[in-house]
Structure formats: C-alpha cells, structure tokens
Ligand binder design. Sequence first.
Ligand code: ADP
Ligand code: ASP
Ligand code: MG
Length: 401
Amino acid sequence: MGIIVQKYGGSSVATPEKIRRVAERVVNTYKSGNKVVVVVSAMGKTTDTLIDLAKQLHNFPPTREMDLLLSTGEIVSVALLCIAIENLGCEAEGLPGFLAGIRTDSSHTKARICTIDARRILEELKNGKIVVVAGFQGISPEENITTLGRGGSDLTAIAIAGAVKAEKCEIYTDVPGVFTADPNIVPEARIIPIISYREMLEMASAGAKVMQSRAVEFAQKYHIPFVVKSTFADNGGTMVTEVNFKEGAIVSSVTLDEKQSKITFFHVPDRPGVAARIFGALGKENINVDIIVQNVSLQGYTDLSFTVNSAELDKAFKIAKETGNELNCKEVASDSDIAKITVIGLGMMNHPGVAARMFKALADAGINIEMISTSEIKISCIIKKQDGQKALKAVHKEFIE
Ligand code: ADP
Ligand code: ASP
Ligand code: MG
C-alpha cells in the first residue's frame, strides 16, 4: 500500500467548514486504500496576525520566541483537522513538527531541514492511522522550536514525501494549479499542466506565492515530483517534475512580487572591500539580498542599491544605516514602494530579444524601469509598486496571450 502526502494551505483550512471538507477529502483518500500523511498550514491569515501581535510589543522581536509563537498556528490546524477526521469515523494522530522527527538547523524564522526521522510517522501509519503533521516547523539541535520561512508548509510536505518515499505528493491550495501568471490578477492566465523544477523554482523565487522556493529547491535536489491542485475543485492540477525543454513557449510565465523593498547607499567610497562590508553585514544576519545595482563611479564615490524582502526591510535598513555610518556615506535610504516583475522560460536560453520585448511592453504601458537583472532563463525589472498589476497584465499579454 503506497503512501500519499497531502498538504493543505492556510486558505484551505481557514474555517471549520473548510476543515470539514479537507477531512472528507483525506478520509476518501484513506478509504480508497492509501496510507495518508497530511501536512497543514495555519488557518487563513493566522501567521500574519501573530507576527502583527509580536510587532506591537517589540520592533525586533527575539527570533526564538517568534518561532515559538508562529508554530502555534499550525498546531491549531492539526488538532482541529484530527478532530474533524475522527468525527468521520477514522483514527487520526496529530504531530507537531518536533514529534514528527523534523530536525532543522538553528536559524530561527528560516531554519533549514537537516534530517527527518520518520519512524513515528511510519509507526502510526502501520497502526492504520491517518497522520496529520504541522507544517512550517521543526526542532533545532538545541531542542528549540524553529520555523522554516514563510510558506514553509510546502517544504514540510515535500521533505516528508521524500523521507517516507511517498508514492504521491499533492499540494492543495486555493487555485487549480500553477498558472502562466497569478490568476487572481490576470484572468487570462492559463494553467500549466506540467512544468520543470527549474522553471517552478525561478517562479517561486520571483515571488509566485503558490509554492515556497525552498520547497521546490528541495524537490529538485532529491527528485521528488509533486502536483499542485485545488482543494475545492477536482479538475486541473500542475505536475512539477523533471521536464526537458520542448520547442515552443519562449516565456512560460510572468510573476509579480509586491513584497520587495529597496535600500540605497548614496555617495559611498568606491574602493575594494566596500561591497563586501555591506553585504557581509547583511549576510551575517541571514538577510537575503536580491537585485544589486551599482552606479558608475564619480570622483571616487558611487551609489549602490539593492532589494530585500519587505518582511526583512526594518532589520536590513538598521544594519545598512550602521554600515553606512562606518563607511562615511552621505545617506542611506529605503523605499518600500516598489515591485518586481519577472518573465521566466527555459526557451529564453535559445531566443535573444526577450528583454527588448519586455522593456517595450513596459514602455508602451507607460511604466518606468528602475533596476534590471537577468539570468539564463529569467529577466526581472524593478518598477513602482503602483504599476505592478498593470505591468503584469501588459507583459503577460505580450508573451502569452
Ligand atoms: P496556500 O495558503 O495554499 O499555501 P498561497 O496563498 O501560499 O496558498 O499560494 C496560492 C496563491 O498563489 C494563489 O491564491 C495565487 O494568488 C498566488 N499565485 C501567484 N502566482 C501564481 C501562479 N503563477 N499560479 C498560481 N497561483 C499563483
Ligand atoms: N503559516 C505559514 C505562513 O503563513 C506557513 C505556510 O502557510 O506554509 O507562512
Ligand atoms: Mg503557501
């Protein structure tokens, strides 16, 4: 009998009625003769609410306590789903991350999974139970509760699927699969029936919330294919797996990330070691930097800008100001009024001219580009946040419709 891992996101368990529907789906899968492990996220916007509560009490809440706080959201969902499953006459065993054997490193709020000791999960499955595991959390070597970064329940599901050698891993969410653009913003977006790990990873890193990027990275590394589908509909579904490039689509998707912020160092000395100092200080605090642009040097001074995730802006800006003072730079400024638009496609490797078409589509829509970054299979532009959705529609129209 094969094992199926199913993950249900926050919107799928937002209310008791939705939890009841998830329980029915889980029980049906179990009654069709499968062993079932379920991974759940916190109900609705619980995690945002918990972060907001902490921020009301401290500008920079201690990360160990943040993890303790945030882990409770997923545990509530686990307990409620187990109760709903038991109500349907099946036996369920709920496990917070640390009881499910999810061992992580000690980087609070974005811990990495080191190992999964799946013995407890496998034991409960053998006893005929449906196992429900709290997503997004684990335990550090110091025996502290950790969380896996926003959207981290996806990672929990993929990693468990790998650890128990699941026959299938299904990610259930509020849309019918992965689309050519966020279907909630672009109604013309089309579902992508099958997509490569590599493109999915670029989409996730570019901010397509539908999958956490670290989860996709893990799936790619350990060859764990998975399906993204809707909790509320039976049709659709996107298979994410190893796919070889097929001739045809040059651009497979367009992604908008409205959670980007920019930090600029004005008038920094242009000498060896300055960039290393700035990004070293941020790296030490585990802050991810995305796009970096440095201006042409003028009389030994330059301006340097980079983007970070808005959730980390306060922390990054504090560090940047300290480093800016040490470097005697004129000013350090932050701007959270930006967005990033990215086109992605394996086909771009063999087709020049995609960048020019993207810039023209943006220009025709009257949108100014502030920063640009490219790689083999993607092009990203930083624009004003207010232009974000218009840009997404214009670029999607240019390449996909
Ligand atoms: P969950 O709570 O199930 O984890 P998320 O909110 O994290 O769900 O992710 C699902 C959301 O991702 C969708 O509601 C949609 O708005 C957004 N999204 C962004 N880009 C895409 C895309 N290309 N395809 C599908 N969904 C997308
Ligand atoms: N509840 C967590 C979050 O909102 C994890 C998840 O939903 O995957 O980020
Ligand atoms: Mg999610």
